[in-house]
Design a protein around this ligand. Sequence first.
Ligand code: ASP
Length: 580
Amino acid sequence: MSWRDTMCGELSAADVGRRVTVAGWADTRRDHGGLVFVDLRDYTGKVQLVVNPERSKQAAEEAHDVRNEFVLQAEGEVVARAPEAVNPNLPTGQIEVQVDTLRIVSRSTPLPFQLDEENVDETLRLRYRWLDMRTERMQRNLRTMHVAVAAIRRRMDELGFIDVWTPSMTKGTPEGARDFLVPVRLQPGNFFALAQSPQLFKQLCMVGGMDRYYQIATCWRDEDLRADRQFEFRQLDLEMSFVEREDVLDVLEQCVVASFEALGREPPPRPFPRLQFADVMRRYGSDKPDLRFGLEIQDATEITRSSQFGVFAGAPVVRYLVAPRAFSRAELGRLEEIAKEWGAKGLAYLVNDGGEVRSPIAKFLSEDELAAFTGEPNTTTLFAAADEATVARVLGGLRTHLGRELDLADRDTDSFAWTLDFPLFERHEESEGWTFVHHPFTAAVAGDEHRIESDPGGVLGQHYDLIWNGWELGSGSIRIHDAERQEAVFRVMGMGAEEQEAKFKFLLDALRMGAPPHGGFAMGIERFVALLAGEPDIRQVIPFPKVASGSDPLTGAPTPMPDSVLKELGIKSTAEKAEK
Ligand code: ASP
């Protein structure tokens, strides 16, 4: 006899009278002293088994032992439930299976948590991920992942992209994070870096005439783990030859739409809005604004030039937000903390409490200022006064926080958009020099190339980001395909000829041997699917993720290695041995 001939969730009234064999997990068991009811579950759903000692003594004896999450096989007949026993909440709720033979295939020790328990500690869920995976939530999430990735692969294939494998063990790839290193036994003292992305290999594929490359590529970045970050993650990574920016954006939009359609969801309208970096930074204080709500930043610089309030008059830029709520002192205290985390010295505000203005700074402001800045009744005006970048950071941070806190986003809309025209370089945080905004292989916009070295801060790059509801889904750019331009960018970043040779000789050589114009993109698969699944973080769509401390609760990795192993690799650990 085969293990099963029917899936649990697929039985319906149309099957009444059929003999079936089903197999799965005991979801619940109810013993009514005589009759035993078991909800049997597989990935398609649940069906009720009824074990009646008068029908089958064997099944009744076996059913006595059944506990939650035992694996069972049952053979019997599909019957209609009595009208009063119909369960409208269960797709199979009109029928049940009267069991003739029941077999316990596998037993389970007592469970560390129940599958229907809410708010189970996440580390516990991950420690027993195989149980957690049986929940509806994880079943749905991992299957959503599959459907989206399959749709993307189909669309990429239709568009003429070919799947080319690139190495994981490589040389450092500058994507702005730390590398994970792999020691090499055959060359003690030498290390591979795990690829932060296939960036340079995909560009070399273009020089190699592959024309359209893609990969669902695993990437490794040694960064602090967050809701949208893991050490290892996957990207829809693509590169195309002889294209302009719009060609690349079009491919990505098609992949997004294909995924929505494969999941039976209304896709977002195309083309996605195109936003300018400078504009979104001014209006939302972020290059990935959540556009499902307004709360736009407004400018107060001009009006405050001659303000009696010195903080305003002396600041290069003064801007504000009008939040739709009259905040209490305690709430304002918390908002000030947040503003300080983003670099503000303090938080000036005007509360319009049902028409009455509460504010420690009101007495310094002129009537014109008060009239301009005071919002409608039951609002709070929050100010930032500093240099342009700090003002954007502070008000952008507050805007995001308030959006969440006051639940401002319309959850029924999906807001996709592109951010375009980023600057090519920005000031390095520590040194006074310049560093890349995207990565060093991004081309300047046409017309700006000749200024790369004379005016790095004024050059725009052909870099674009895809955003969805305030999350950055990915980035890409049109690349430099000319060795001299590439060298100029490296020079701006303070890299002399020798360092360029040491780090990027292979790229410069390739760019000198007939490189076609090319550009590409990488979209974070887990971020995309987490949003598709309505999950707040990417761990919920990753089968075996790590927790914030950087460990895997399931295997216990990472673990120390014996000295003998390290010695063979030419490594000596200087870390204090963890206490036993
Ligand atoms: N390599 C870039 C990244 O991983 C994406 C790209 O420019 O194609 O973000």
